[in-house]
Write a protein that binds this ligand. Structure first.
Ligand code: ATP
Length: 388
């Protein structure tokens, strides 16, 4: 990203927001590259909307500076910032047609000839046949497209999206995610998208900032965050992770650990610094990276793979895959997702099995963290008071 023009980056420098003694956003440094699709992802109350509102100028930061490119906009009111916001509630004018809604921003600025630009926007959001309808005659997804077009017609430098798909049902959400991504790629404007939905953030964004308790817990491209979580919070909040308590037995290019009476290997460069110093660690592996073999066939497993033994306690067939829960000496509740290609009918609850995977798919985390951080049952995700 170093060779990219940084002229229009959104830069937050030491930005924070407190309400009395409560720290909604802790001092934050963040650069959102110009032209990128950037997601602020986190559970309810983690401070993502407050961060967005500080970029918009709708909230005054307690400390810090907001830059758009080289320009300090911290003290500018919202309407003087080259920024527009799309909210979950589309806030369209009910008495105006779709065209009139989209033209609104231009007319307010005294621009008389609006048709070519409105037509362009209608084409961009693919609402051609609906231009003369009123908002109530459109579906939720279509109304949200109008809201996006209405914001983009002002040519903002940055478009802020605050849970814009929150009111849509799942199928429409998925469709609109792809649609928003297409629109962003086409217009090339920086989009900053707030969401609590990890799949949504990963589908759309080039970069995701995972927020927790008013802080950015980790920042990166979706695949990198998923493959190399740096904390149990990120490992659990983005998808599902098996986290196995282990003890370091040897360090080098590969790290060897013992867990549940067996030995596991993991690449040194996929471990946080604390792991390389030895002692207790958490070994992580994603459920889809694991293969499941009936214990009777254990001799067929290739050498060099990490393996742990266990007994299937639950199995759920969900079409594309079967999801197993396995208890064993290395840990209880280990999750395994097996694609339904050739199913072994012996793999049923009660069966003794071996879980095995390529050591390269293993990551290591500092053991001085909650195993359940970032899971739905974790207080840090569901409540905000813990964040203070
Ligand atoms: P959600 O997805 O629920 O909107 P969020 O991550 O966007 O969550 P924020 O809206 O940024 O969270 O709020 C962060 C914290 O700050 C929350 O605990 C919220 O209750 C608190 N907060 C926000 N606005 C105010 C306010 N005006 N006064 C006091 N506390 C506030």
């Amino acid at each position: 990203m170093t060779d990219k023009n940084t002229g229009g980056d959104v830069r937050l420098s030491g930005i924070s927001k407190s309400y009395g003694s409560f720290h909604a956003v802790r001092p934050l440094d963040l650069t959102i590259p110009q032209g990128s699709f950037f997601a602020l992802l986190g559970a309810s109350g983690c401070g993502k909307t407050t961060t967005l509102r500080m970029i918009a100028g709708l909230e005054d930061p307690t400390t810090g500076t907001v830059f758009l490119g080289d320009r300090d906009v911290t003290d500018l009111p919202p309407y003087k910032r080259p920024v527009n916001t799309v909210f979950q509630s589309y806030a369209l004018f009910p008495h105006m047609t779709i065209s009139e809604n989209i033209a609104f921003g231009l007319r307010r600025r005294g621009i008389k000839t609006v048709k070519p630009q409105v037509d362009d926007m209608i084409e961009l959001v693919q609402l051609g046949e609906h231009a003369h309808k009123k908002p109530h005659q459109l579906s939720g997804g279509q109304q949200q497209r109008v809201a996006v077009a209405r914001a983009l017609i002002n040519h903002p430098q940055v478009l802020l999206l605050d849970e814009p798909l929150g009111a849509l049902d799942l199928k429409l959400r998925r469709q609109m995610q792809l649609e928003l991504k297409r629109i962003q790629t086409e217009v090339g404007i920086t989009f900053v998208h707030v969401t609590h939905d990890q799949e949504e953030a990963m589908t759309m964004a080039d970069q995701v900032a995972v927020m927790n308790g008013g802080r950015v817990e980790q920042l990166g491209a979706p695949a990198d965050l998923y493959e190399n979580p740096q904390s149990t919070f990120v490992a659990n909040f983005l998808g599902t992770s098996n986290l196995i308590e282990a003890e370091v037995a040897g360090t080098g290019a590969d790290i060897t650990v013992t867990a549940g009476g067996g030995t596991l290997k993991l690449p040194g460069d996929r471990c946080s610094a604390a792991v390389r110093t030895g002692g207790k660690v958490l070994v992580g592996v994603r459920p889809e990276k694991i293969s499941l073999t009936h214990a009777d066939d254990a001799a067929d497993i290739a050498d060099g793979r990490n393996r742990v033994t266990g007994r299937i306690v639950e199995s759920s067939f969900i079409g594309v895959s079967t999801q197993y829960v396995v208890d064993g000496p290395a840990g209880a509740g280990l999750q395994v997702y097996e694609q339904n290609i050739e199913r072994d009918e012996r793999l049923r609850p009660g069966a003794e099995v071996v879980l095995h995977w390529n050591p390269a798919h293993t990551f290591g985390l500092d053991a001085a963290q909650s195993l359940s951080a970032g899971t739905m049952g974790d207080a840090g995700v569901e409540t905000v008071e813990d964040a203070s």
